[in-house]
Design a protein around this ligand. Structure first.
Ligand SMILES: CC(C)(COP(=O)(O)OP(=O)(O)OC[C@H]1O[C@@H](n2cnc3c(N)ncnc32)[C@H](O)[C@@H]1OP(=O)(O)O)[C@@H](O)C(=O)NCCC(=O)NCCSC(=O)C[C@H](O)C(=O)O
Ligand SMILES: [Mg+2]
Length: 300
């Protein structure tokens, strides 16, 4: 599951306890949806939310986008019921909150192995506590070794702020070093990595700045809280026209017969090596994937 290359530019949280949002989720152009059973669902309605999710997946057995379910921590009073309900829904992956140690993933993978030996259900991990950030490398390495299921890290800035006191305002100046540590750990473990949410959904300019910052930091995409954030995230995490044109020029240069045995070339006063060719090919693959519309999406 985790090795299928997919665009994860825009990844929208949908509270499973909100019927209107659940209904709307089937019509949106997000690359992925995270159905939430954790922090956006009050303790009193956890059971109701699980049932609503089951009904939603029964009514929509297939979707044009990736679908993930965020459960409560397995150690919580809701975790056990959540993982059973999530598994029954057959999403693409289950997102574990507040992951701090490889054993958090191993426990979840063991619970899934009992019913899903085919290994089709992925696991994603939220990195959102001080211990989780400090152990991100170990989680990425041991988590993906012990379970082929681990595919993606997701940043949780609200929990990080709550637990550390760091301020999120001011271009996330003090948070950025920790975010880069998470990006680095994810890449070293061969994982995708998603930036955290921007809470002020009525501030599109601030959101756009944060999207571009996240893209420049190496994130694959951004987690979102409101449908109005989808288009900007899709734009910011897509290669732009200039990048695509440059990528094409690099590929064309290396394709010329006279350059077949060359390792390094010059293009418009810039050095390009075969590693740049690999990057250009990756960029073009990504652009092509984005240009291919989701064929099954149920748009209104
Ligand atoms: C933030 C919101 C509570 C705002 O809701 P609301 O005031 O209802 O917004 P609007 O009136 O502007 O909504 C317009 C229509 O869009 C639908 N809508 C809104 N949000 C969503 C959504 N997330 N998914 C799908 N559809 C949505 C409304 O239903 C309206 O539809 P309609 O009536 O048919 O026109 C709300 O946006 C919201 O609840 N957002 C998600 C919150 C959430 O999931 N939080 C948990 C994840 S964030 C987190 O925990 C990160 C991490 O763990 C960390 O630590 O940082
Ligand atoms: Mg959180």
């Amino acid at each position: 599951m985790k090795n299928i290359p997919r665009s994860r530019r825009s990844v929208l949280y949908v509270p499973a306890s909100n019927p209107r949002a659940l209904q709307k989720s089937a019509t949106l152009a997000a690359d992925a949806i995270i159905y939430d059973l954790e922090d956006s669902v009050a303790p009193e309605v956890k059971a109701e939310a699980r049932e609503a999710l089951r009904a939603h997946f029964r009514a929509h057995p297939a979707a044009g986008c990736e679908r993930i379910i965020r459960i409560n921590p397995l150690v919580s009073q809701w975790g056990g019921e959540d993982i059973l309900a999530a598994r029954a829904c057959n999403p693409d992956a289950i997102l574990l909150p507040k992951v701090e140690h490889p054993r958090d993933l191993i426990e979840a993978a063991t619970a899934l192995d009992e019913a899903d030996a085919a290994d089709t259900l992925g696991l994603w991990a939220m990195i959102e506590t001080p211990r989780g950030i400090l152990n991100a490398d170990e989680v990425a390495r041991l988590g993906s070794h012990s379970s082929a299921r681990l595919g993606c890290f997701v940043v949780g800035p609200n929990d990080i702020a709550r637990e550390t006191g760091v301020h999120l305002a001011g271009d996330r100046k003090f948070l950025v070093p920790w975010l880069m540590q998470i990006v680095l750990a994810a890449r070293a473990g061969g994982l995708d990595v998603l930036d955290g949410v921007f809470n002020d959904f009525a501030d599109p300019a601030g959101f756009g700045r944060e999207c571009r910052q996240g893209a420049a930091m190496g994130f694959d995409g951004k987690t979102l809280i409101h449908p109005s954030q989808i288009d900007e995230a899709n734009r910011s995490f897509s290669p732009d026209e200039t990048e695509v044109a440059e990528a094409r020029a690099i590929v064309e240069l290396f394709m010329r017969p006279e350059n077949a045995d060359k390792g390094v070339l010059s293009l418009n006063g810039r050095m390009v090596e075969r590693l740049h060719l690999a990057m250009a090919e990756k960029c073009l693959t990504k652009a092509n994937r984005i240009a291919t519309p989701h064929k099954d999406i149920e748009r209104k």
